[in-house]
Design a protein around this ligand. Structure first.
Ligand code: FES
Length: 105
């Protein structure tokens, strides 16, 4: 499915991310700026914070307690904030859009 990333410099990138990979993987593999992913996706750094556009939030599994706790360390958190390494792409994700805050680095 094609995922749209709006990155901190305001540019928009559309990336085809295979089912089973995370939103973080799609960004890192394509060298997009903004998602640092210091811990490599093991839900322990919070540098992969994104805002999921509200209409797409339901397409992903709910955040675990672990993810919710970690999000407290991220800046600019809102009710649609997620750690992108925990957002696993599934076949319903065509067109999902996320905004990457510039506070990850
Ligand atoms: Fe570290 Fe997501 S990459 S929490």
């Amino acid at each position: 499915p094609k995922i749209t990333y709006q990155v901190p410099d305001g540019t928009v990138h559309i990336v085809d991310v295979p089912v089973g990979q995370s939103i973080m993987d799609g960004s890192v593999r394509n060298n997009l700026p903004g998602i640092v992913a210091e811990c490599g996706g093991s839900c322990s750094c919070a540098t992969c914070h994104v805002h999921v556009d509200p209409e797409f939030v339901e397409l992903f599994e709910a955040a675990t307690d672990e993810e919710r706790d970690l999000l407290e360390y991220a800046e600019d958190v809102d009710e649609h904030s997620r750690l992108s390494c925990q957002l696993i792409v599934n076949s319903a994700c065509e067109g999902v859009r996320v905004t990457v805050p510039d506070s990850n680095s």
